[in-house]
Write a protein that binds this ligand. Structure first.
Ligand code: HEC
Length: 719
């Protein structure tokens, strides 16, 4: 049997006597509540039963020990919270796993995941991993990789087995004799722990593309139901994706058979990259004298799905209504006619940007700069990507992020604390020229003949605009210039192609780098942007507003765009146009999110009444000189609640870590050298409570350095 907080914590609080009986009957040493999975327990409460550290004594918190994992990866922090096995603190880094003495922090063993690469194993590449699991019954650890789940002996750190042919970034789950793995593209797979054979495999492939499980996987030991959340295929183009499918859904599976019991789709045909996020949270709620076992999934939109575990139906009446939404004007893109607008629980954030009021804080110069950027923009409830306008929205980096929310069982009703982002994004769809795409493919295919191959596998795994990519692009452009019909206008070549590209493909920085944009100009004379692009004065002053001299005359401008007009019509007539889309952060002149701060928040929601109890800015945004610019910044770390009513929090780019009381008041802070990258955890060992922070930096434009430092705290008086 699983000894893994199978009684929910609310149960513990309300039935203390029963808890004591369990305590004495249980063979487990419950001196401390253990944290066997990075999510805390299988129900993903991120809630510690420890109470030694409380509001009264938190001022006496001091560093207990710190630990360096030994590997720093540029633009990637450790996204897995550690676990506590009862006598070891396990740090799950990207490239290695370390077992530490929970009191001294001394290293007991370290397993190098790269050591797996040999003739018998496929290559493991190092990318994001979001959790590890300890099975107390067998004293084994389970950690997923891109090609299988590693089984390690917890005492020696020796690799015992690999459950192969499954690609996962999440902590597995064990129940009875099965190991459950949620894979990025394969759905959920159950293995027999003894034979290592697959017991069942439930795919989430439907409608041509799989629902991708990259962020959340939980288990309810009471109902024996596994819960996975999915995202979309990524990207902002849905052509070819059939409906119905299993994307952007909360899916319930029978742990015995793998049968899908129900699934709830949050967004139909998501082309906004608004995934569900975080491990689904399972909690008992008493509503009008009836106890409903409920499962929560959070969204980048700020919506909270709160569903009955058994039926998959919303726990609250009138939880959402269907609202009719605009159609796409991109040929071939068939979007849903309706989307769900949620009311209960009250959403903690939204996607709609008010294109006037949300920018009213900017000074005149900055306002003009931002207004130029959003010159083609629309915003609103599920406004689809379009060739004719740009879509501005909140949510691409959350709303909620992958680390999800934490339950507070100390409040009157169980409540949910959620950290979330409130920064704006812009989605741009644009025409592409199939001739240039063909050349790109050719160059990519034969790139090894053109240049040195990139041996830096680690980098290539997640940086789309790495150096190799730019080299490839430059080469494609060169070949393109030899193709007949391509823009051969001399002035365009001399004055424009250096930014907009000879093939007019443009250039954009991705979210890790910033917001630089040279707009693609393919097909720019065909849609509603035509009036703007053909207007010399507007285009000239647009360039000058970003300090780019516009070096051609009105006459030349007209000639170039007449030529483009002809060429675009030629491409269109010959079916040589296609479309793509991308998103970018929407920043102001000073590289801050362009909308009104706070840019990150922390919200507490009563799950029974469905109402927001409080909502505060999360941390502060600081500039390079450490001056505070605004309250509330983007957050990519996470939180944990404790039974003493505290919320520990980390994740802003500035590296500050915080504790809040149950009313949302900040009661403690400290500064770490790197940004928070995973939720904190807590454990107690030999009479002292410890809080562990994984703050190893982020991967986006506003994050600075990455590190490998794990920091633990305890009370000064406790030794
Ligand atoms: C140094 C780089 C650079 C050069 C050179 C350059 N541009 Fe631009 N162009 C930009 C930037 C930056 C923008 C505005 C980006 C934004 O929307 O924030 C822009 C915007 C435009 C737009 C508006 C597109 C739209 O969809 O609204 C047009 C049209 C354009 N450029 C045409 C030209 C032409 C023609 C030339 C040559 C005479 C040229 N550009 C030279 C950087 C450049």
């Amino acid at each position: 049997m699983l000894k893994f907080t199978i009684y929910s914590s609310s149960y513990f609080l309300k039935n203390f006597n029963i808890f004591l009986i369990i305590l004495f009957l249980s063979p487990v040493n419950l001196e401390a509540e253990n944290w066997f999975r990075s999510s805390g327990n299988y129900e993903a409460h991120l809630y510690s039963l420890e109470t030694q550290i409380n509001e009264a004594n938190i001022k006496d918190l001091e560093k207990a020990f710190s630990f360096n994992t030994g590997h720093v990866i540029e633009a990637l922090g450790i996204q897995s919270a550690p676990i506590f096995t009862g006598d070891k603190l396990i740090i799950n880094a990207i490239e290695n796993i370390s077992a530490l003495d929970p009191r001294s922090g001394d290293l007991i063993w370290q397993y190098d995941i790269g050591s797996i690469n040999d003739m018998n194993n496929p290559w493991v590449y190092f990318t994001v991993n979001r959790g590890i699991l300890f099975n107390e019954n067998s004293s084994k650890l389970y950690r997923a990789t891109n090609f299988g789940v590693l089984e390690l002996d917890v005492n020696s750190g020796k690799l015992l087995n690999i459950f192969k042919d499954v690609d996962s970034s999440l902590a597995p789950i064990i129940f009875q004799n099965n190991l459950y793995v949620a894979s990025v593209d394969q759905g959920v797979i159950a293995f027999d722990l003894t034979t290592k054979e697959k017991v069942w495999h439930t795919s989430f492939l439907k409608g041509g593309f799989p629902g991708r499980v990259w962020s959340g996987f939980s288990f309810d030991p009471e109902s024996k139901i596994l819960f996975a959340i999915t995202g979309s295929s990524g990207g902002v183009k849905g052509i070819g994706r059939q409906d119905p499918n299993m994307q952007t859904s909360l899916i319930a599976l029978d742990a015995d058979t793998g049968e899908i019991l129900w699934s709830f789709q949050h967004i139909d045909h998501d082309v906004w990259d608004l995934d569900l996020l975080g491990n689904p949270i399972i909690v008992d709620l008493t509503i009008e004298n009836e106890t409903i076992r409920s499962v929560i999934a959070l969204s980048k939109t700020g919506d909270i799905l709160l569903l009955d575990v058994e039926t998959g139906k919303p726990v609250h009446d009138k939880s959402y209504k269907l609202v009719s939404v605009p159609e796409s004007d991109i040929p071939g893109e068939k979007l849903a006619k309706y989307q769900k607008k949620f009311f209960k629980p009250q959403p903690f954030w939204k996607t709609e940007v008010d294109l006037v009021n949300d920018f009213s804080h900017l000074d005149a110069e900055n306002k003009e700069y931002v207004e130029n950027k959003i010159r083609h923009a629309k915003s609103g409830f599920f406004i689809p990507p379009s060739i004719n306008y740009d879509t501005v929205l909140y949510g691409i980096h959350g709303g909620a992020e992958w680390f999800g929310g934490a339950i507070d069982f100390t409040s009157e009703n169980p409540s949910l604390v959620v950290p979330y982002n409130r920064d704006p994004w812009i989605i741009r769809a644009y025409h592409t020229d199939k001739i240039s795409i063909l050349i790109d493919r050719f160059v990519k295919r034969y790139q090894k003949y053109f240049k040195q191959s990139n041996s830096d596998k680690i980098k290539a795994a997640w940086v789309p605009w790495d150096h190799a990519e730019i080299e490839t692009m430059e080469l494609s452009e060169k070949i393109y210039s030899y193709v007949p019909f391509t823009p051969k206008d001399k002035s365009y070549k001399s004055y424009c192609a250096s930014c907009h590209g000879l093939s007019r493909r443009g250039f954009f920085e991705y979210e890790g780098e910033g917001d630089l944009l040279y707009p693609p100009l393919v097909g720019s004379t065909l849609g509603k942007k035509k009036d703007f692009v053909m207007n010399f004065n507007k285009v000239k002053s647009l360039h000058e507003s970003v300090n780019i001299p516009y070096k051609i005359t009105k006459q030349k401008h007209a000639e170039i765009f007449e030529y483009f007009d002809k060429y675009d019509k030629f491409l269109q007539k010959n079916y040589l146009l296609s479309s793509r889309g991308f998103w970018q952060v929407l920043l102001d002149k000073d590289r801050n999110p362009a909308t009104k701060p706070p840019w990150g928040g922390l919200s507490k929601i009563d799950l029974v009444t469905g109402k927001i109890i409080w909502d505060i800015p999360f941390g502060k945004r600081r500039d390079d000189k450490n001056n505070i610019i605004a309250d509330g910044d983007r957050v990519f770390g996470g939180i944990m609640n404790t039974a003493s009513g505290l919320t520990f929090a980390t994740g802003n780019p500035d590296g500050y870590i915080y504790a809040f009381n149950a009313d949302g008041k900040k009661i403690w802070e400290d500064l770490l050298p790197f940004a928070g990258s995973a939720p904190p955890i807590s454990y107690s060992f030999q009479g002292c409570q410890y809080v562990v922070f994984t703050s190893t930096g982020g991967r986006y434009y506003d994050f600075k350095q990455n590190g490998d430092l794990i920091s633990t705290y305890k009370l000064e008086s406790c030794n």
